[in-house]
Design a protein around this ligand. Structure first.
Ligand code: GLY
Length: 428
């Protein structure tokens, strides 16, 4: 039977999901923006806010969806999976309660403690901002300051890295978040491992390293992610096999404690001198990490979705032994003062051997316009990270004016710096 899949979301991650599904199913999509990459792959598209659960469920009924895939966390937080389920449509994504593993960072940390999930930092949660500030003052060491709710990856401040303790307290007093988590700062190298999860099965995918900071050399404010790379195997050059296995053990411990969890479980890990620690969990594919992972997934993604829905064991995942490098092009001024609504040129025919994924752009009759978020990404694939980086660098010829890129992502110099940093930490 040919499945009819509804994809929710209109970013680079969703363009990558659409690409991995389009040839194996009838694909429909809905999002608040008209992403030309998603629209061109889909048999139908509806403009719907990703948080409007009823409107999404209506569209799923209209197209007679047999499956759905939820891209963004905002949709999970608004109960889109639950609404689809009420209409008899299986969505690959956690229900609202289970999505709290991402959408409520205070829940996330308490859950780890209550269920003995390894890799949890020292932490405290606060509704009272002055209490949080006093804790920061008395804590012996640097801290990560995290709003408990969703902030698009841009709300975390780390003392001793991005800000001083005084600046962290000023930030809390200015932003007045309803609840914050203050936790021990981890020092090391970050990496992501995502797993496809359903029916108690956990199918991990290769590790990826994302780059949150806006500017080259890891300078500047945090972003949603400026680009990422993965290697031809399941680890990264600064990791050992045991580090990857430790990360997978953590994801398995989460699923043991949340047996109904389904969808993507994303672990953001810090490899420290003392082993693997959990920076955070997300309840969906990473963006950009989906653009590294899905192009090398050889197992049809739709087969995973169908097995999940049918209560069957998930198929084992095959990946091509290929390295990937992803580089985002973002509007000038992103993330602090992005130039939204600017017309941009993207030359799709000028990406060489690279892949192009549109992101938070809006296709109008007279061209393509920026939003406040990332515009498009290119992905290079190759036998090595260096070969993939060269393909991605060439593909950036597609970018017209008004866009900014972190050219250092995936470069030999940056990867070597990561390896040296980890070697240095391990010998301390
Ligand atoms: N790459 C970071 C995220 O998807 O949250």
């Amino acid at each position: 039977m040919t499945e009819t899949v509804l994809l929710i979301g209109g970013g680079g991650r969703e363009h990558a999901i659409a690409r991995s599904l389009a040839s194996d199913c009838d694909l429909y999509a809905c999002a608040s923006n008209r992403n030309p990459g998603v629209v061109s792959l889909a048999d139908g598209f509806e403009r719907v806010d990703e948080t409007d659960a009823d409107a999404i469920a209506d569209y799923a009924e209209t197209v007679a969806a047999t499956l759905a895939v939820v891209g963004p966390e905002s949709a999970l937080a608004s109960g889109v999976v639950d609404a689809l389920e009420e209409r008899g449509v299986y969505a690959f994504g956690p229900r609202k309660m289970d999505a709290r593993i991402e959408t409520d960072k205070a829940f996330q940390r308490r859950f780890m403690v209550e269920n003995d999930v390894p890799g949890c930092p020292d932490f405290e949660t606060f509704h009272d901002i002055e209490g949080a500030c006093a804790y920061i003052d008395q804590y012996d060491g640097d801290v990560a300051v995290k709003p408990a709710g969703l902030t698009g990856g841009k709300g975390v401040k780390v003392t001793g890295d991005q800000v001083t303790k005084e600046e962290a307290k000023e930030y809390l007093r200015t932003e007045k978040y309803e609840q914050v988590v203050i936790e021990e700062r981890f020092v090391g190298e970050e990496f992501t491992v995502q797993a496809l999860v359903a029916n108690g099965d956990v199918r991990p995918t290769p590790a990826v390293q994302d780059h949150k900071r806006a500017y080259e050399g890891d300078e500047g404010p945090n972003t949603g992610g400026m680009g990422s790379y993965s290697d031809a195997g399941r680890t990264l050059p600064f990791m050992e096999e045991g580090d990857y296995e430790e990360a997978v053990d953590v994801l398995e411990a989460v699923v043991s404690a949340l047996p109904d969890y389904r969808g993507v479980l994303y672990g953001q890990f810090m490899l420290t001198a003392d082993g693997v620690r959990v920076v955070e969990f997300n309840a969906r594919f990473g963006d950009p990490e989906a653009m590294n992972t899905l192009p090398v997934l050889e197992t049809p993604f739709v087969d995973v979705l169908a097995a999940a829905r049918d209560g069957e064991p998930l198929p084992g995942l095959d990946f091509s032994p290929t390295a990937t490098v992803c580089k985002y092009a973002v509007p000038d001024g992103y993330p602090t003062n992005p130039e939204a609504g600017a017309r941009i040129e993207v030359d799709e025919d000028n990406v060489g051997d690279g892949l192009l994924f549109y992101a938070s752009v809006e296709e109008r009759d007279d061209g393509l316009y920026t939003s406040t978020s990332r515009s498009f990404a290119v992905v290079g694939l190759g036998d090595t990270i260096a070969a993939a980086e060269a393909v991605a660098a060439d593909a950036l010829a597609a970018a017209g004016n008004g866009l900014r890129i972190r050219h250092d992502i995936g470069s030999a110099e940056l990867v070597e710096r990561r390896v040296e940093h980890m070697a240095e930490l391990r010998t301390q």
